[in-house]
Design a protein around this ligand. Sequence first.
Ligand SMILES: [Zn+2]
Length: 343
Amino acid sequence: MRGIVRAAAYVPIGSDGSRRLAGPDEDAFTLAATALERLLNDGRAGPYARLLVAGDFSSADEANLARFLGGTVPIERSGTGAEGTARAVASALDPGKGDGAVALVATDLFRAVDPEAVSDPATPSDGAVALAVGPGGVRPADLRLEAGRGLAASATKALATVLAEAPWAGSVARVGDWAIDPKQGPPARVHPEGATSPSLPVSQGAYVPWATYLADIPSRWRFAAERCPTCGATTIPMRGRCRGCGSTGPLQLVHLPRDGGEVVASTVIGPGGQPTEFDDQVSETGPYGVVMVELAPGARVTLQVTDSRAERWPVGSRAGSRLRRLYRMEGEWRYGRKAVPLR
Ligand SMILES: [Zn+2]
């Protein structure tokens, strides 16, 4: 019989003094992906038979979650708020739906639901909570997820409150931002959804065709790489060909660590220096940092910096990474990992 075995929380870094608010490059998908990544360790689908989602996910968010998990996990939407979350938890624990392990993620992004809500200090924090439900976990006898006063729209708050207060919750392994004070943090830099101008008709520099973007998702989102058994070199992004010796295989699929890579070069891109894809970003939030990070010997990626001021990072320092919005192209947001300070 399935029960709750693990819970992960993600809370954005920015605060307005009363709650945490998602940054300008975060959305429902990136919040959910970050919580799931913490839940699943390597961010792949693993043995999970279903993904249950509660929150205000668009169909594009849902498609991206499927891509994030490798495209093999059926996704079930359970609605929004505490009620949607309660339905998702009930479905996850339902023994009539088989014994397979299930992942569940609840996400709140209030500016997406109602931009006016951001100006109301009673609005709960943005964030995401993910649960793994599998064999041998805790089966709460009395699981009540109540919206409560002022929390009607909050999916994460309902789950987080239960996991903080229920007597059975002590035996659930918890990872992530459970101890974070929603009031503390650097000033949030939020721009309202829809404030970004339409995608540019002319694209230069960073343009990547859609088919190439999709093919590179395992490497760009999960740091999937190929290791060569002949010469030992690691190739990222994957190209089916070793960068070291040119061997075409068989190459071994590996996932490089997402946190802890070494900064080998660092710069700041000021206004005018950015590829046109980042014009909107620069006009809204100013210069940004870029770092080259070595994830494994010889395997380097170039990442934009986020959750941090635009300044050079010391060579030799360590970088974390998160999945974030890059830019809008051909009507859809493109996503990739960005470097964040290790917390
Ligand atoms: Zn090789």
